[in-house]
Ligand binder design. Structure first.
Ligand SMILES: Cc1cc2nc3c(=O)[nH]c(=O)nc-3n(C[C@H](O)[C@H](O)[C@H](O)COP(=O)(O)O)c2cc1C
Length: 321
């Protein structure tokens, strides 16, 4: 597939470690048939050690799907990328992760301070794979090092086919507001498509982000928490002018039941239930007493009790409505 086919929907699922796993990608795909999905970051060091890992699992209908690699050793990343071609429609290189553990090892956003190495990674991977290659980076490492335009230009000349840019610096981590306007400067200076990312969590913010960034599309991260329909709803609006409302509490609770069941199927009951707890605040909210319910839900360790509690939440809220 060519890059323009992979991103034709103008909306992608941003990679999120511990979030955009096989299950969440499947849930997003139930609604959006065409958005570009992205896996969680896959460490090239780890994949080199163990190939048979759940992190690479996909279904037939997951295409278009991009597999994201992290690391700093060009040949190792290229070998992993070559291997991942049996699953992936595109390979993405993580050049934006701000986490200490990652940047200390010169992976993630640390590559924005080492453009030569970043370039070598792109060149080496590009030479070894037959599918499109993308990079995901930030505005720079700090506000004093806003090198995203030069960085993007150099990734393009090294062979990148596509860019996703999170419009914050590494120092900002996730604080403050994503600066979508800056993305337009990158857009003006590269020919490859650019998706803007950061704080797109509704149809309205997607529209505003596209206007300010002049980007070719948007990548949605945290907005899909508790609402796997968001990407589909943004696509429907951008491509057909149809405005679908956010899910009701009833729909969110149904969404949570499904998410829970699928994680349990995927990971087994004990691990699955623990894994899915981080999603509860996003599904169970917006009504009086929600925080108390969440507090009780996280202590539950079997599906029957959780479902009973969800039934009670629905019943109570129906009476109040
Ligand atoms: C829990 C979490 C995990 C993330 N993991 C990754 C990752 O593995 N790779 C990556 O490039 N970005 C990762 N990100 C960053 C997101 O892809 C995205 O750039 C950021 O959250 C901003 O977009 P948003 O406001 O739509 O969430 C992660 C973000 C969060 C909140």
């Amino acid at each position: 597939m060519l890059i323009n086919d992979l991103i034709s929907s103008r909306v992608s699922l941003a990679p999120m470690a511990g979030i955009t796993d096989y299950v969440l990608r499947s849930l997003v795909r139930e609604h959006s048939k065409t958005c570009l999905l992205t896996t969680e970051m896959i460490s090239s060091e780890a994949l080199t050690q163990v190939k048979d890992t759940d992190i690479v699992k996909r279904d037939e209908n997951h295409s278009p799907v991009s597999y994201q690699l992290s690391g700093h050793k060009p040949k190792m990343i290229a070998d992993c990328a070559e291997y991942l071609q049996k699953y992936a429609d595109m390979i993405d290189i993580n050049m934006g992760c701000p986490v200490n553990k990652v940047v200390k090892g010169t992976d993630g956003c640390a590559l924005m301070r080492n453009i030569d190495l970043a370039e070598e990674i792109v060149r080496t991977v590009k030479a070894q794979i037959k599918i499109p290659l993308s990079v995901k980076f930030r505005l720079g490492y700090t506000m004093d090092e806003l090198n995203y335009v030069e960085f993007g230009e150099r990734m393009q000349s090294a062979g990148a086919d596509f860019i996703t840019i999170h419009a914050r610096t590494r120092s900002q981590m996730y604080a403050g507001k994503a600066d979508w306007k800056r993305v337009s400067e990158l857009k003006r200076n590269v020919d490859i498509p650019v998706f803007a990312n950061g704080d797109v969590n509704s149809i309205e913010s997607a529209e505003q982000c596209l206007e300010e960034s002049q980007a070719d599309g948007v990548a949605v991260g945290r907005g899909i928490l508790g609402d796997p329909t968001l990407i589909y709803r943004i696509e429907q609006y951008l491509n057909k002018g149809i405005y679908l409302p956010p899910p009701t509490l009833e729909e969110k609770i149904e969404g949570m039941r499904k998410h829970l069941l699928k994680e349990v199927e995927f990971r087994g009951e004990e691990v699955g239930l623990k894994f899915v707890r981080k999603f509860y605040p996003y599904y169970v909210n917006g009504f009086q007493g929600a925080s108390k319910c969440r507090g009780e839900l996280v202590l539950m360790d079997n599906i029957r009790d959780i479902n009973k509690m969800l039934d009670e939440i629905l019943m109570r809220n129906r009476i109040l409505m």
